[in-house]
Ligand binder design. Structure first.
Ligand SMILES: [Zn+2]
Length: 388
């Protein structure tokens, strides 16, 4: 059977459960990476259970397959990572390409966008996007999300640790498409690719969302079982961390991670993390290791993160509610982008660690270079997300 025939057989939609009651749309994607079938099994279990119990859902669940061609052959992707290239400019470039020049992933992406737009068009309430993944490294499951207060609140409902500062710095994940529109959402890393626990964890996340968002009566699900699964998988990992350091690599670096690091492993200042052609790479301070690279391909060797305590969480919420960014622009070297209310331009000499810390607290985490300035942007969240 040809690859195209297998893809056609799989179909874009995994399934949906919609009894016509108005409410939120839980929009799930699974298998955006074709070597990660755990998400498909997890959401498949949820849909089958909803169907067999004729669950009186408020709102609807809609689940889509990600990379059909790659799923058919069980590889991460065919020609490029489908979880990249979701910025507005990257999508415009795909659309501008003649159809014959588009890669398999270009075509999958345009189809997915059509499905996302259709879901948005037919929604009777706010949309929550959840993208199910698994990873090569061991350790606790975790969520990546754009740092809005709504996303933090929704992520915390799952009991799975939240990582701030990855979504904004890994350019072009599908989350970006939703974040650009102010739609709530997160990606879940459920566990190691082939582990049974990863399926259980991803399933538990979906059930907890359905119950805790009030979409499903709690009595219909053994929610305590799913909570216990998450608690066991999370172990001692902190509930929110933020990235403080990204170690970018290129092929010439001869980067080699020290063996046996797992996500959320605590490391001491000075501890050896990896080596490259320049010698040892050591932790600059006591931190948690995130996303250690043990596969061949990748642009990031590892990330370091620190715990975000209760006080910083409370400060983030209140400083944003009070729009304290209005005070930041009074500081020397800081001004608002005249074309974009969500971007602050900072002269490099003014961008010390305290100012950058304040910017992050206020959600201005997406950073890039712009005409000699450092530009920091924040994500928006639609007003309707508060009803989730
Ligand atoms: Zn993945």
């Amino acid at each position: 059977m040809s690859r195209a025939a297998v893809s056609a057989e799989l179909g874009r939609e995994i399934g949906r459960w919609d009894t016509g009651n108005p409410g939120p749309t839980l929009l799930v994607t699974a298998g955006v990476h074709g070597n990660e079938p755990a998400g498909l099994e997890a959401i498949g279990r949820v849909l089958a259970a909803l169907r067999s119990r004729e669950a009186p859902l408020r709102g609807r669940v809609l689940a889509l397959r990600g990379n059909l061609g790659a799923l058919a052959v069980g590889s991460r992707y065919l020609s490029r990572d489908l979880n990249r290239g979701w910025s507005a400019s990257a999508i415009a470039a795909i659309r501008a390409r003649p159809a014959a020049d588009r890669s398999p992933e270009d075509r999958e992406q345009l189809e997915l966008i059509e499905s996302f737009l259709a879901a948005e068009r037919t929604a009777t309430g706010p949309v929550l996007f959840v993208d199910l993944h698994t990873s090569s490294a061991a350790g606790s499951p975790f969520l990546c999300l754009a740092d809005t207060i709504d996303n933090r609140r929704l992520g915390e409902l799952t009991g799975v640790p939240v990582i701030l500062g990855i979504e904004e710095n890994l350019a072009g994940a599908s989350l970006e498409w939703f974040a650009d529109r102010g739609i709530a959402g997160f990606a879940v890393e459920g566990g190691q690719h082939t582990s049974a626990a990863a399926v259980d964890n991803l399933e538990a996340v979906v059930w907890q969302l359905l119950v805790r968002l009030g979409m499903l009566p709690g009595a219909l699900v053994d929610i305590e079982l799913h909570r216990a699964r998450i608690r066991e998988a999370v172990g001692t990992a902190p509930s929110i961390v933020e990235i403080t350091h990204r170690h970018a690599i290129c092929a010439e670096d001869a980067f080699c991670m020290q063996p046996d690091f797992a996500n959320f492993d605590a490391v001491a200042a000075g501890q050896l993390l990896a080596t490259d052609r320049n010698g040892d790479l050591r932790a600059p301070a006591a931190r948690y290791v995130m996303l250690p690279l043990y596969q061949e391909l990748g642009d990031d060797g590892f990330f370091l993160a620190r715990r975000v305590g209760r006080l910083r969480r409370w400060l983030a919420e209140w400083s944003r509610w009070l729009s304290l960014d209005r005070l930041l622009v009074l500081l020397p070297g800081v001004r608002r982008d005249p074309d974009d209310v969500d971007t602050l331009l900072v002269t490099p000499s003014a961008a010390g660690p305290r100012l950058v810390g304040a910017l992050h607290l206020l959600g201005f985490r997406k950073e890039r270079e712009r005409s000699g300035h450092r530009a920091f942007s924040r994500r928006r969240s639609r007003v309707e997300n508060r009803r989730l």
